[in-house]
Structure formats: structure tokens, C-alpha cells
Unconditional design. Structure first.
Length: 311
């Protein structure tokens, strides 16, 4: 009987020790061409991780110029409780082909699916869903679309996503109209410099994308957009800390916020491995998890004469 008790105590201590030593493997690019993106996500991830006071060890590995199947084989061991990453789409496809036994939170979205691989991203489809809701609230029945020259490829996925949700015309135009009727909107697709070259824009029913927003640069009055809320408020001090000084471009600020939400999702899976559904107000928007599917709904804003307000 005594030996059985000793065995049981020893077994429990072994389980506790190994659980405490369980680690999260994070796969991100650390060298060109995606090094800056990878570093920004890492900053956000670690800032949120440190703010959470978690004791789970984090192990980072560089995915650049490495075969993902070999990288997983070399780095996943008995202590690996979860994998976060990779970032590049082709690497996410490669992870799905491996069909890993450990849970993976991939940081991009592809069409392929596998039960153990959840996919989280700053997708343009999510941006389109959020902006379409704003268009519906504004009772838009027709939308003019003005694109910056040579930006078609950048905007193609967003436009396709928006088209699948609307039942009214989207008309491509060559010049911005000076006036719009009550139920007509103007979607401007281009960067901030291009946007500020446009003159005499209407002050109502103007819509833009997040890539047109730059630190300390002006936006059209009345322009509406949907973006990561952490860039426009103070509710997430970990993001504010990670983006100091304010010279960090908005594109990388979004990735820092994205990294923070990636840690929050990972922490929920660590706490509850069989998690089926949950939602939380994250740094990049409302994040919803349902049966391994992750959906992100950005918050929407309007630029007014007094500054940016939440819609």
C-alpha cells in the first residue's frame, strides 16, 4: 500500500512538473523579406504575454528559408503544448499537409483546413464584412469605386469580398464626384498620399481602407473606415507600450496588435485544450471562435472635424 502511495505521489509530481515545463513554439520569419512583419508580431505577442504574467515558456524559431515539415520535426517535442505560426501562406499550407498532432494557431488564412490547425489573420475579407455593415447602416444603394493607379491587385480580394455581400451596383469611376446623393457612397482605394491629392471630395458617404491611414497624416473629413481598435484607444496598454515611440508606422502597429491577440487566443487554448467557442473584444476587433473557425470583426470609425470617433 505504501509503495502504491509513493508511486501515485511521484506520478502526480511528474505530471505537475512536466505541465509547468510545457512550452509554446512560435514560428515567425526573422530575416528578409518578412522580418519586419515577423518582428512586429513578436513584439505584440511578447508584450501581451508579459502583461498576462504567464509562466509558460515561449520558444521562437525562424521560419525563413526553411522547410516547415523539417522545422516542425526538429522543434516539436514532448514539452510542446502548442504551436503559434507560421505567417506566410505557403507555410500554413505546408503545416496543414503535415497534419500535426499538436494544436497550431496559424497566423494567416488559406483554403485548406485541418482540425488541429486554427487560422487567424488580418484578412481583407474581415475588413469587407465590417465595412459592409457600415454601408448598410448608411442605407447605401449604389457605390462608386475610385482606385489609385496600379493598386488593383492590392484591392482585388477586398472588392471580391465586398461584392459577394452586396446586392447593389459597384461602379468603377475615373474621377471622384464632387457631390453624392443620399443613398450613394464613394469608396476610395489607395494610399494616404494619393488620398490627399484628391480635391473637393464630398463630406458624406466616403469610405476608405485601413492602408490609407498613416501616423499624423490627415484624412478626408467624413471618411469612414474599419480598423484595429487598439490603434485608436488606450484600453490596451501592452500595445501602446510596444508601439512607442510613435514613429512606428500604422501597418506595423496593426501587426503588433495582431500579435497581442494571437497570444490571447493561444492562452485560451492552453487553459482549455478542448475549447469549442468563445469571443472577446481584442486589440484587432471582436474575435469570435466557433468550432475551430476564427472570425475577426474590426471596429469602425469616422474622421470628423473634431477627430476620429467610434461608429
Amino acid at each position: 500500500m505504501l509503495n502504491n502511495k509513493k508511486f501515485l505521489i511521484g506520478f502526480l509530481l511528474y505530471c505537475i512538473f512536466n505541465h509547468a515545463q510545457a512550452e509554446v513554439l512560435v514560428i515567425l520569419p526573422e530575416s528578409e523579406p518578412m522580418a519586419r512583419a515577423g518582428l512586429s508580431i513578436k513584439q505584440g505577442f511578447m508584450s501581451a504575454y508579459q502583461a498576462s504574467d504567464s509562466k509558460t515558456p515561449i520558444k521562437f524559431v525562424n521560419s525563413d528559408k526553411k522547410k516547415i515539415s523539417l522545422l516542425l520535426k526538429q522543434n516539436i517535442n514532448k514539452k510542446t503544448q502548442m504551436v503559434v505560426g507560421p505567417l506566410a501562406r505557403q507555410d500554413v499550407e505546408a503545416v496543414i499537409k503535415v497534419q500535426p498532432k499538436v494544436r497550431v494557431l496559424a497566423l494567416n488564412e488559406v483554403s485548406s483546413q485541418f482540425a488541429n490547425v486554427s487560422q487567424f489573420s488580418l484578412s481583407k475579407q474581415d475588413d469587407a464584412v465590417a465595412l459592409n455593415q457600415v454601408l448598410q447602416d448608411d442605407k447605401i444603394k449604389e457605390l462608386y469605386v475610385l482606385q489609385q493607379k496600379d493598386s488593383d491587385i492590392d484591392n482585388e480580394l477586398f472588392l471580391i469580398s465586398l461584392l459577394t455581400q452586396t446586392d447593389y451596383p459597384l461602379n468603377l469611376i475615373e474621377e471622384a464626384p464632387k457631390k453624392l446623393n443620399k443613398h450613394t457612397g464613394l469608396l476610395l482605394l489607395g494610399n494616404n498620399a494619393w488620398l490627399n491629392q484628391l480635391t473637393k471630395l464630398p463630406h458624406k458617404n466616403i469610405y476608405i481602407l485601413p492602408n490609407a491611414i498613416e501616423q499624423d497624416q490627415i484624412l478626408p473629413v467624413g471618411g469612414k473606415f474599419c480598423d484595429a481598435p487598439a490603434l485608436y484607444g488606450s484600453e490596451w496598454p501592452d500595445v501602446t507600450q510596444a508601439t512607442q515611440p510613435n514613429t512606428v508606422s500604422m501597418a506595423y502597429q496593426r501587426l503588433i496588435a495582431f500579435g497581442g491577440d494571437a497570444w490571447h487566443i493561444a492562452s485560451q487554448y492552453l487553459a482549455e485544450p478542448n475549447l469549442k467557442s468563445m469571443q472577446f473584444q481584442g486589440r484587432t476587433g471582436l474575435v469570435q471562435i466557433s468550432h475551430n473557425q476564427i472570425r475577426r470583426i474590426p471596429h469602425c470609425f469616422e474622421n470628423t472635424k473634431k477627430g476620429i470617433r467610434v461608429l
